[in-house]
Design a protein around this ligand. Structure first.
Ligand SMILES: [Zn+2]
Length: 216
């Protein structure tokens, strides 16, 4: 059953994803959301169609058209890597295909962050990192703000903060100015896929020390 999604990917990010302009960490989250959300997948397909038409009408490369040829090839390659249109039958177990690919088709190797919170880093680089986070039902994640952009997709359970409630399939995009305390709903562990483009800035001292250890 497809989850009931109420929080979607901003349209500009879907467009950036389709053209291959999105950093890898964020493209993993977008791909996972598209596999769970008919609305955003339709938007991606619309952008893809428009992009395809524009590419087909580009003039043939002439003597100094090497840059355009390369751009065209890169864009077409990006379009080829779009996920299949068919929705996945089971959104959570196993994880969406985009997440399984990051995991090398193996189960997550969880590392404890204390207080029952666990994470598995999927990829980590200068452009951003993407991880799975597991938060026990009823628990809060330490108060933190962001130096950049954080994009969180709920895969299981739900969390809430002052901006609303996020259940399976929902995406939260948090900008630099948001200081928030996400709290998992009572019940099963809340498992999220989270991409960040800069280290999080934790408000309390101890989590800030842990930040170095766990690259959170
Ligand atoms: Zn959506």
């Amino acid at each position: 059953m497809m989850p009931q999604v109420t929080h979607h990917i901003p349209e500009e990010m879907v467009q950036a994803y389709v053209t291959g302009a999105l950093p890898h960490a964020f493209s993993v989250v977008v791909a996972a959301h598209l596999s769970l959300c008919d609305t955003c997948r339709a938007a991606a397909e619309a952008f893809e169609a428009v992009g395809g038409i524009a590419l087909e009408t580009l003039p043939a490369p002439t003597g100094d058209g090497a840059d355009m040829t390369e751009l065209r090839a890169r864009t077409l390659a990006a379009l080829d890597t779009l996920p299949d249109a068919a929705p996945e039958p089971r959104p959570v177990a196993p994880y969406p295909a985009a997440v399984m690919a990051e995991l090398g088709n193996r189960p997550p190797r969880w590392k404890s962050l204390g207080a029952g919170i666990r994470q598995t880093i999927l990829s980590h680089g200068p452009e951003g990192s993407v991880r799975l986070l597991s938060i026990p039902g009823g628990k809060a994640v330490p108060d933190h703000g962001h130096n950049g952009l954080e994009m969180t997709l709920v895969l299981q359970g739900a969390f809430s903060d002052h901006t609303g409630r996020y259940g399976p399939g929902d995406v939260q995009v948090a900008e630099t100015d948001i200081e928030h305390v996400p709290t998992a709903e009572p019940g099963p562990d809340c498992i999220c896929l989270a991409a960040t483009d800069a280290p999080l800035r934790f408000a309390a001292l101890v989590p800030r020390m842990l930040q170095g250890v766990f690259r959170i």
